[in-house]
Design a protein around this ligand. Structure first.
Ligand code: MG
Length: 414
């Protein structure tokens, strides 16, 4: 569509993540774009940079054909106010072919502008994205780059310095690289038709096609994560960024009791456990997940499970209690929050929890999208005292720790 001067241009982003990525570790290991940094896959962090940016209309991930399942798992829980996330496009055998595949996927409903970005640069700042888009108002191609500050040496095969390369006027290319969509699509198509498959970035394709590429100064910390050492320092840096951005720490508690009734199993943390009785109650009477739901809601002061899912409402009869937990997690996510940890204690004379503990932890971790080390689960008897001791029912206590953005950054619309 042609760009109207009265309207802001539609901007698409192609995130290139099609590499086999074995440089960062052993050849058989997970490709680097799927390795965790700050507790989530690098690709998810990079996609969220654009999905959360109101200037971006659509984000196209380009992935390797072998990584479809890995991609699906990596992209659970992306930014909820997402710009449209395009279905993943399968890339080609070179970076250039992968970008062309991404461009072709947009060609049916072409944007005005496209930014092409490497998944391995997860520290891109929104200001740099804005500067790239702004620069595209004046020219058809923009390259984010940083001036070379180190003195450059050319070495011979033996590792001796052959000469010193003047660094004056030299820039190190980064991404994003931004383009008039029609211009870069035409250039990429022409390069493919003419058998040119050796370009290592898109600015080089544009240069070859005779398009003037302008430089935008990018920050030096827009680094490309390449080596195992880069990954380790990116992981640490991302955690520190997360902690700094989510500095409002909240702790919530929840408590629930259900009475025993006739039956042959109980459901605790979503795991069916054979028992001489069942638990009575609306939904599946999963006392542990009910306590957990209240603990999560408590962190944001958003009522309790009975308020959001009244027992009188027949919709929740026999329901899987995971849906209550997910709803509470969604409310936290809507405030920009992150669950740091949950901990559940089950108080029962029977059944024995120990044999099921790991399955229960795994299920809670799965429901909340947490790593299992962030899920505590303990059980105790009540020393035969009280209603629990008389085996009339069982109880659960839960605690949740949540990190929220600073109050001024929280979206508190219900
Ligand atoms: Mg309950």
């Amino acid at each position: 569509m042609p760009q109207s001067p009265l309207q802001s241009p539609t901007v698409a982003v192609i995130v290139v993540a099609a590499g086999s990525g074995s440089r960062a570790g052993e050849p058989d290991s997970l490709p680097k774009q799927y390795r965790p940094i700050g507790g989530r896959p690098m690709l998810a962090a990079t996609l969220d940079l654009f999905l959360s940016d109101p200037a971006i209309a659509v984000v196209v991930p380009v992935i390797h054909g072998d990584h479809i399942d890995t991609y699906r798992a990596a992209t659970v829980g992306l930014h909820p106010n997402a710009a449209r996330l395009h279905e993943a496009v399968i890339g080609g055998s070179t970076r250039q072919a992968s970008v062309l595949a991404g461009l072709q996927a947009l060609a049916g409903d072409p944007p005005d502008l496209v930014l092409i970005h490497d998944a391995a640069r997860p520290f891109l700042k929104r200001e740099t994205v804005a500067a790239t888009i702004a620069a595209l108002a004046k020219c058809p191609a923009v390259l984010v780059a940083s001036p070379v500050v180190d003195t450059l040496k050319r070495a011979d095969a033996a590792g001796a310095v052959a000469d010193t390369v003047p660094r004056h006027g030299l820039w190190a290319a980064q991404t994003p690289q931004g383009f008039d969509f029609a211009a870069i699509l035409a250039a990429h198509r022409r390069a493919a038709t003419e058998g040119r498959a050796d370009f290592t970035d898109d600015a080089a394709v544009a240069e070859w096609a005779g398009i003037t590429v302008r430089l935008v100064a990018g920050p030096a910390d827009n680094v490309k994560v390449t080596t195992a050492q880069d990954l380790a320092s990116a992981d640490r840096k991302m955690w520190m960024q997360t902690f700094a951005a989510l500095a409002d720490i909240r702790v919530g508690t929840g408590y629930d009791v259900h009475a025993f009734t006739t039956g042959d199993h109980v459901t605790l943390c979503g795991v069916k456990i054979a028992h001489s009785h069942a638990l009575s109650g609306h939904s599946d009477a999963d006392v542990a997940l009910h306590a957990l739901t209240d603990a999560l809601l408590g962190t944001i002061g958003d009522g309790d499970i009975g308020q959001h899912f009244p027992p009188s409402d027949n919709r929740w009869r026999g329901a899987d209690s995971a849906l209550f937990v997910r709803d509470a997690a969604r409310r936290i996510q809507a405030r920009g929050g992150q669950i740091a940890h949950v901990d559940i204690s089950i108080i029962a004379e029977a059944p024995k929890i120990g044999p099921h503990r790991e399955a229960m932890r795994a299920r809670v971790a799965e429901i909340l999208g947490l790593s299992i080390d962030r899920v505590g689960l303990k059980a105790t008897t009540n020393e035969k005292l009280g209603f629990v001791g008389r085996r009339e029912g069982l109880a659960a206590i839960a605690t949740a720790t949540v990190r929220l953005p600073l109050p001024s950054d929280q979206d508190i619309t219900p």
